[in-house]
Design a protein around this ligand. Sequence first.
Ligand code: SAM
Length: 279
Amino acid sequence: MAGTLYLCATPIGNLQDMTPRVIETLGSVDLIAAEDTRNSVKLLHHFEIHTPMTSYHEYNKVEKAGLLVGRLLKGENIALITDAGTPAISDPGEVLVRMCQENQITVTSLPGPCACITALTLSGLSARRFCFEGFLPSEKKDRRVILEELAGETRTIVLYEAPHHLVKTLGDLREWLGDRKITLCRELTKKFESVMPVTIGQALEYYRTQEPRGEYVLVVEGKSLQELRQEAIASWEALSIEEHMAYYEEQGMDNKTAMKQVAKDRGVGKREIYAHLHG
Ligand code: SAM
């Protein structure tokens, strides 16, 4: 019978966030696949876990996932840990999960620390609707496509960023999204945890004199519905009332319903549209 793959969340900066279930599982599986074995040695040492470890990272993920699946199929149980946080969130974990699913291997996830959720809860921005973008692509063309998409996003946006790319990313966000609210979260769960709720422009100003340090999660306010509505009105206003009417009538709306819809889109009364057309 095939073994099980256990996705084990590990601390993002505070060893006390290790859950008892993860400690027990790491101690009882046959093998631990770790993103950075040098880092994970310290973690395992701290919790007196002596399970053998192998590396599983971005640069060997496809061939190594194949080897791990082979061992799982032979009945071994394997735990996956990444550098920090929840496996498969902005790290190579998802490749292994998919390959396990394709081979009917049971995968289970042991929840725990995750930088995205920790930052979102601290951001003070709407946590009711959010989207997680992870790292922005570094390649210019891909980055532009994503930034363009994010510019119209109404949900709160969560991004990951390394310190040496922070200022460039803040600059791009201001250019594409405007001067929105942003909460910069760094060193989460660590001694010098900091949460900075500012605007993108204020953050850029701050980092003109301060060197970014530590790992960052950026939580950015989504586009407001009011802004969206204003943009929609502006785009309707680019049409004449006759063109606007024709747009709906060509879609099969009768004259009266089209007039009602045109009035609504333009934020005016029905009479005004009628008077324009028949006056
Ligand atoms: N799987 C991880 C998780 O659950 O969040 C994320 C892995 S991703 C490779 C690493 C990124 O997460 C960092 O570059 C940073 O943006 C964010 N991160 C991780 N730990 C953090 C911390 N303690 N404070 C702020 N950001 C952190």
